[in-house]
Design a protein around this ligand. Structure first.
Ligand code: FES
Length: 514
């Protein structure tokens, strides 16, 4: 299965790309959904079942993006603890969030039952544990607030992970599944209900109006009454790019020597936190452990993230071998809750879902409910809470924005000194550099076969300087998380245009790089 990086996740291994069955019709669709991850497919199925004609346009293939990079924990609690939600949004809204989380869990289970999706769904208990005094205090607040909101949480002594802890809380009624099998099950159900999926076609532009004109890279102009951007982060230039920060997280699929695989979901309280669970897949059990998150494009050596994670896991678990390594991207919202609803600055028929943090499975499913209600009845009970245009400047907002803005400056000012182009021949295979030459800046990668790949180093979204991701062999933009192949092809939005390629062979012989 193709994906947005050089590494393969445990879900993508041995999984064939999805072949669509229905074909695009020359008509005005009720809803076009850009993106075939869990958000897009769950939404498309729900709306098609509500008797609307729906079209999903996926820029690559099903399973290409973040849904296949997730570790698919299904939780009724979130990265933003309920104590924080109560503080930022009030207790009434925190209760609404609990309601949404429970409804999303139920919807996933219902879809699995209704469409007989074989996706290794299992009910689990989740365990949250503190490692120091400061974390104890936070855990106490989390437990107290979650209890107040009616969640089945309690302190426990029954630690399912071989990790020393101080306090441990158990949350019942959590779950896990295989996100790729689930997505494929949704896609099939959607097509059986009459929906259409187009793969390898990107939404490149939008002309707004009562009837939307949707420009695509492979299917010309498509007409629709509504469009939903389920693309992880919306394309184009939008307020939301300044309210969500891109992060990368690292995951290992581990075989254990003692076969004592934990039976639960687990989370420590470090920042960034580590997360654990077990998955039975293709006849084998694996411990899936993740963490070492950092802002996209800010880590010079992403290989070191895997090394740190591996060493951390090895200090507690008897590791036999690491069978899988992969990394994945997510967007952290500035005030702790995602943005789901009408796209700021656009008409009432343009929708977006973004800023899910590490809780994409639940928020993606909740988005489907919100969009279905908004489009079919004009209103969702969750609409105000997740309104993308809300102005909720949490503490740290200005620092958050400043960090994003500073990125470009930092990276450009720390560029390598001017190189002679012929020095590039000395680059080691697998090495990448952003080089300044005669006032120009190029991003250059030498692959394992010694071939040089050179692209313009300016991100096509808003001109920030891209940074090389060693493990995924991609150029990542630190500003809003666009990602590109070594030849400049867009892997992840918000960029819609590829980076300009530079023919380095010609440039080597030219008097100056242009
Ligand atoms: Fe916005 Fe690159 S993603 S400038």
């Amino acid at each position: 299965m193709k994906r947005d990086g050089a590494l393969t996740s445990i879900w993508q291994d041995n999984t064939e790309d999805y072949i669509t069955t229905n074909t695009l019709e020359d008509k005005e669709y009720d809803v076009v959904i850009a993106g075939a991850g869990i958000t897009g497919l769950t939404t498309a199925l729900a709306l098609q079942n509500a008797h609307l004609s729906c079209l999903v346009i996926e820029a690559n293939t099903i399973g290409f993006g973040t849904t296949s990079g997730t570790t698919a924990h299904l939780n009724t609690f979130f990265d933003t603890g309920y104590q924080q939600v109560i503080k930022n949004f009030g207790e009434k809204n925190a209760k609404l969030l609990v309601k949404g989380a429970k409804a999303s869990m139920a919807m996933i289970k219902q879809n699995i039952t209704d469409y007989k999706i074989d996706c290794a769904y299992e009910n689990k208990e989740g365990y949250l544990f503190s490692l120091n005094e400061k974390q104890n205090k936070e855990l106490e607040e989390i437990v107290a607030s979650a209890k107040r909101l009616g969640l089945p949480i309690a302190f426990s002594d029954n630690m399912p992970f071989p990790i020393p802890y101080i306090k441990l809380a158990c949350i019942k009624k959590q779950a896990q599944f295989n996100p790729v099998q689930y997505s494929i099950g949704l896609a099939k159900a959607f097509e059986e209900a009459g929906g259409v999926i187009v793969q390898n076609s990107r939404v490149t532009d939008l002309e707004e109006g009562e009837t939307l004109q949707i420009y695509t890279s492979a299917n010309g102009v498509i007409k629709a009454k509504n469009i939903i951007y389920a693309t992880h982060i919306p394309p184009g230039k939008n307020l939301l790019h300044f309210r969500c920060a891109p992060y990368r997280s690292y995951v290992l699929g581990v075989k254990l020597k003692d076969n004592a695989y934990p039976h639960a979901l687990g989370y420590d309280m470090n920042d960034p936190y580590h997360y654990y669970r077990t998955q039975f897949i293709n006849g084998e059990k694996y411990l899936i452990a993740g963490g070492e998150d950092h802002k996209t494009g800010r880590e010079e050596n992403t290989q070191a993230c895997f090394r740190r994670l591996e060493s951390y896991v090895k200090s507690y678990f008897p590791v036999d071998r690491i069978a899988f390594r992969w990394s994945s991207q997510y967007y952290e919202p500035v005030d702790g809750l995602p943005y789901i609803g009408n796209l700021p600055g656009s008409g009432k028929n343009v929708y977006v879902a973004t800023g899910f943090g590490g809780n994409g499975m639940i928020y993606g499913t909740l988005s489907a409910m919100i969009f279905t209600d908004m489009i079919t009845s004009g209103k969702s009970i969750y609409q105000d809470l997740f309104d993308p245009s809300r102005i909720k400047l949490a503490a740290g907002f200005f620092q958050f924005i400043e960090e994003g803005v500073n990125v470009a400056t930092t990276l450009v000012s720390s560029l390598l000194p001017a190189h002679k182009l012929d020095e590039l021949a000395d680059m080691a295979p697998g090495e990448a550099k952003v080089v300044r030459y005669d006032g120009h800046v190029a991003a250059i990668y030498k692959d394992e076969t010694h071939q040089i790949h050179a692209v313009d180093s300016k991100c096509t979204h808003m001109n920030c300087t891209i940074a090389w991701n060693t493990v995924e062999k991609s150029w990542d933009c630190p500003c809003h998380g666009s990602r590109f192949t070594c030849d400049g092809v867009v892997l992840n939005a918000p960029a819609q245009k590829d980076l300009e390629m530079i023919n380095i062979e010609e440039q080597i012989n030219a008097p100056a790089y242009k």
